[in-house]
Design a protein around this ligand. Structure first.
Ligand SMILES: [Zn+2]
Ligand SMILES: [Zn+2]
Length: 283
């Protein structure tokens, strides 16, 4: 399966695929600034206490350069590399942020949940901001993956940035098959209990599964207790594409039609009453 074949079979995903490709193309032209790898021993106590890497004063990851990359990406999108609504919204946002003192710091704070700046297009800032920040953080996330003892985390939120998962992935074969949760913001994948809901944390709760005939490798796991669901990738080799969240937004429609709630942390939203061409970054 290639992304092209996927889009042929799921033509309604084309607008969101184009948007994603447009932002990725612009992001490829941005200089990636250096991120300092934390001293893991300094961070250990916080890690064991459930403090995320980016929230830990001891890990002291400075996100300001990532904020600078986000601002640069936005300027690039605003200055004609993009088209249509994306270019218009990016320009409004970039103009507003140019007036902001310490804009790069404020963007980084905003991405971690600080709502003291109220940008004109918060969904787009979150989407573009995380696209840039994930690139900035990649070496840190990779080093964190190497160091982290997964058995000591097993929490429902991302060990790097604290977001709830966007999707899940099953890896390996039984016995020892594992479930990873996938962060839609910073791109970390971390281990979680095989059963159990990451949204209401009910330990004994077993999840039910909906498999979709036309989509081998993808399924919807949902919790009877809170009604939340998680799209789950159950295959191999297409992680980057199929865990991108937007590539399986039609599963969100199926889940919605079954009365399930999207509690996953998604950077995308859609009007369920409309078709998927209305999918866009969360407003
Ligand atoms: Zn994360
Ligand atoms: Zn639940």
């Amino acid at each position: 399966m290639t992304p092209d074949l996927w889009l042929e079979a799921h033509a309604y995903l084309k607008p969101i695929a184009d948007l994603s490709a447009e932002v990725d193309r612009a992001a490829a032209g941005i200089t990636v600034l250096d991120a300092r790898i934390p001293d893991w021993e300094e961070y250990r106590t916080d890690f064991l206490a459930g403090v995320t890497l980016l929230a830990s004063a001891d890990a002291a990851v400075d996100l300001e350069p990532g904020g600078r990359m986000a601002a640069a990406l936005l300027e690039r999108l605003a200055s004609g590399t993009s088209s249509g609504t994306l270019a218009t919204e990016a320009l409004v946002l970039a103009t507003e942020l140019r007036r902001e003192p310490q804009a790069s710091r404020r963007i980084a704070d905003f991405l971690l949940g600080d709502e003291t700046i109220a940008p004109p297009a918060p969904g787009l800032l979150r989407y573009v901001g995380w696209t840039a920040m994930a690139r900035f953080l990649r070496p840190v996330v990779n080093a964190f993956d190497e160091w982290r003892d997964e058995e000591r985390w097993l929490r429902r939120y991302c060990p790097t940035c604290g977001s709830l998962p966007a999707m899940a992935q099953l890896v390996g074969a039984d016995p020892g098959r594992k479930r990873l949760l996938s962060c839609g913001c910073c791109g970390t994948r971390w281990q979680f209990k095989r059963t159990g809901c990451p949204f209401c944390d009910t330990d004994s709760q077993r999840l039910s599964s909906v498999t979709i005939e036309a989509e081998p490798g993808l399924r919807i796991d949902h919790c009877e207790s809170c009604g939340g669901y998680l799209k789950t990738y159950d295959g191999q080799g297409n992680e980057t594409f199929l865990l991108s969240d937007w590539s399986s937004l039609h599963l969100d429609l199926i889940a919605h039609d079954r009365g399930l709630k999207r509690l996953a942390a998604s950077l995308y939203e859609f009007e369920p009453a409309r078709d998927l061409s209305a999918v866009r970054p969360v407003q």
